[in-house]
Design a protein around this ligand. Structure first.
Ligand SMILES: [Zn+2]
Length: 348
């Protein structure tokens, strides 16, 4: 199975000494897995947290039990659907991920803006038809709403000219937004369905497949599509982000203000705890924005400007309220544009 995509911004996959020197496929695979988990959880099935340091929060394949029972099907139901596909301790997963350039050669250097590329899932253990559909839905979610790879937490500056690559070592630069590949006539050749996938018979098949899993690893803090919000065509700049999470701009360590609520600290993140708000300005790296000037529409890359984030269970309303409240004014139409996870699920 393969998909034809285009990098709308560079994709950061990490590397030696923090340099984006070559393409690390594991960075892409990890990101696809993260979105796959987000999707699985929203469909009412548990997906573990492979990044956790706590062994109880992630699956491991029971090799001893398998040696006794020899029943692979039964043993695989004890680890979560994401571990089935992507692997965990004792189980290597079902596919190898390969990234190729537009001429079909294995891509070794980083994905740069405008690069057309092929993302290939090489099946080494047979996929269930439901797993194929789930992968397609995941790719659709990433391309239409999300982002991939590292450095997706960089905040756009409220000062336009700072958003280009050559300002401050690109500290406000966009990374990780990818789109569908199109042919010379503008026809979508990505192989990601544009219509609904999780629908009718396919929905029934996916629901039936997910029902069989018995693993119980979950936390209400883990990202679940049902608790996501998305805005296409708008971004949240650094200044507005700090207001939303109640951070003190003037403090040397940009600390939270005193009496900041736990929800805001959770959203803003802290050391080793990720932020929960992601935002992309979409300004071209070579935009001719001079000091003191604001960007013109022509300085934007089409389709990149977007933001999204997630909340804990039961707190989505409050988070959406916070986002809208602090963005009203220039962003007065935001309340109409913000769309929540369940609505997105209806489009996938
Ligand atoms: Zn798992």
């Amino acid at each position: 199975m393969e998909f034809k995509l285009k990098a709308l911004t560079p994709v950061w996959t990490g590397g030696v000494k923090g340099k984006n020197d070559k393409l690390h496929v594991t960075g892409i695979k990890g990101s696809i897995r993260w979105w796959y988990e987000v999707l699985i959880r929203s469909l009412g099935c548990d997906a573990c947290n492979p990044a956790s340091k706590n062994g109880n929060e992630k699956c491991s394949f029971d090799t001893k039990s398998f040696q006794k029972t020899k029943n692979l099907r039964e043993e695989l139901k004890k680890i979560c659907p994401a571990c089935n596909m992507f692997g965990c301790t004792g189980w290597s997963g079902k596919f190898i991920l390969r990234i190729k350039d537009e001429k079909g050669r294995i891509k070794t250097n980083q994905l740069d803006r405008k690069d057309q590329f092929l993302i290939e899932f090489i099946e080494i253990k047979q996929f269930d038809p439901a797993e194929i559909s789930l992968l397609k839905i995941t790719l659709k979610l990433i391309v239409d709403y999300g982002a991939i790879g590292g450095k997706t937490i960089f905040k756009p500056s409220e000062i336009d000219y700072k958003n280009v690559l050559n300002y401050g070592e690109g500290r406000h630069y966009d990374y990780g937004v990818i789109g569908r590949s199109k042919d010379a006539n503008g026809i979508d050749i990505s192989k990601i369905p544009s219509g609904r996938i999780y629908y009718g018979d396919t929905k029934e098949m996916i629901d039936g497949y997910l029902q069989d899993f018995t693993n119980k690893t979950h936390s209400e803090d883990w990202p679940d599509l049902r608790n996501f919000w998305f805005v296409k065509g708008l971004c949240i700049d650094r200044e507005r982000h700090n207001i939303i999470v109640n951070r003190d701009e003037t403090h040397p360590f940009k600390n939270y203000k005193t009496r900041t609520g736990s929800l805001q600290i959770w959203l803003g993140g802290k050391q080793e705890v990720s932020k929960k708000i992601f935002s992309f300005h979409g300004i071209k790296p070579d935009a001719k924005i001079k000091k003191g000037n604001t960007h013109a529409e022509s300085d934007l890359i089409s389709g990149v400007r977007r933001c999204y984030g997630y909340s804990k269970k039961h707190e989505l309303k409050e988070v959406v309220k916070l986002v809208i409240e602090h963005l009203e004014g220039d962003y007065s139409s935001l309340s109409k544009k913000i769309i929540c996870g369940m609505e997105v699920l209806d489009e996938l």
